[in-house]
Write a protein that binds this ligand. Structure first.
Ligand code: F6P
Length: 323
């Protein structure tokens, strides 16, 4: 291969720039040209290509967002859209792709690979950490630390007013950010989609006579919690504990931005490099990840069809440590 393409797709995550940098410089080191594709699959269809040389990725390792921009592309879901994208890729002389993103990105890459046999390797970029085939995704650590910084601040005002705060963190279908930010933030409870009876357990916990007479509480709720929206859960709680002064805070997209942590920059650098080396070694239709500190490859189908489980011990630990 003499020329490869790289793009970011789906929700951005801190560390995507560090990964693009690693792809460009690893390829350059091996004498391979890199074309950046802007706005993910959308830019592939619209023909938005840029040459990326070593100097183009200087001074970006510390930045959140993605210099290549990103998009959630509907047109790529159609065979016609994918055909246009393929024709554009061929026109550019691109012989292989590095796709940085989450589940949707991998699904698209797998279909594209099957239809047009274009060699592709994925690198896991999503704050949600919900990708099978890697212990951690690029951006997760930063998002947890951003949520944690916000929780620490909310704790001050919760303490000052003796309030119960329901704090919603991101995680469309998963509780990874919620669990890690709750445990590190000393929360009194955490609600995640993976644990079905978690709301009832929280009620039991608050009713328990052995519970210390705490004046304020932090309860972290994953966006994807299935028992209801965070506002609905807070209302329900208020009806049961009428003496509690309850507030809701939705942290939202601040969790997607900001300078990546050292861990995310290191992970992004390792995985960007591994993506290029594996692509050039002839591997395709797979994503790179880190499992037990080792770099591993997982087939796109396997990655998108399996669910990565949360560590339920962490959920128990939040409850044990809040007594
Ligand atoms: O996938 C990452 C994520 O931040 C989820 O946690 C969240 O549900 C979703 O993206 C939000 O997407 P958008 O920015 O498109 O609204």
């Amino acid at each position: 291969m003499k020329k490869i393409g790289v793009f970011t797709s789906g929700g951005d995550s801190p560390g995507m720039n560090a990964c693009i940098r690693a792809v460009v410089r690893s390829a350059g080191f091996l004498g391979v040209e890199v074309i950046g594709i802007k706005r993910g699959y959308q830019g592939m269809i619209d023909g938005e290509f840029v040459n990326l040389e070593n100097k183009d990725v200087a001074n970006i390792i510390q930045n959140g967002g993605t210099i290549l921009k990103t998009a959630r592309c509907q047109a790529f879901l159609t065979p016609e859209g994918r055909k246009i994208a393929y024709d554009n890729i061929v026109k550019q002389g691109i012989e292989g792709l590095v796709c940085i993103g989450g589940n949707g990105t991998y699904t698209g890459a797998g279909i594209f690979n099957k239809e047009f046999n274009i060699p592709s390797i994925g690198a896991p970029g999503t704050i949600d950490n919900d990708l099978y085939g890697t212990d951690y995704t690029i951006g997760f650590d930063t998002a947890v630390n951003t949520a944690l910084a916000a929780i620490d601040k909310i704790r001050d005002t919760a303490d000052a007013h003796n309030r119960v705060f329901f704090i919603e963190v991101m995680g469309r279908d998963s509780g990874f950010i919620a669990l890690n930010s709750a445990l590190s933030g000393g929360a009194e409870g955490v609600l995640v989609p993976e644990i079905l009876g978690d709301y009832d357990s929280l009620m039991v916990h608050f009713s328990n006579k052995t519970r210390r007479n705490k004046e304020f509480s932090i309860i972290v709720v994953a966006e994807g919690e299935t028992h209801g929206s965070t506002f609905e859960l807070a209302d329900k709680f208020k009806k049961q504990f009428i003496n509690c002064d309850v507030r809701v805070s939705i942290l939202g997209h601040i969790q997607r931005g900001g300078s990546p942590t050292a861990n995310d920059r290191i992970l992004a650098s390792q995985l960007g490099n591994a993506a290029v080396e594996n692509l050039l070694a002839g591997k395709t239709n797979m994503c790179v990840g880190v499992v037990n500190h080792e770099i591993v490859l997982t087939n796109f189908d396997e990655a998108v069809n399996n669910k990565k489980n949360i560590d339920k011990n962490l959920w128990h630990l939040v409850n044990i440590l809040s007594y």
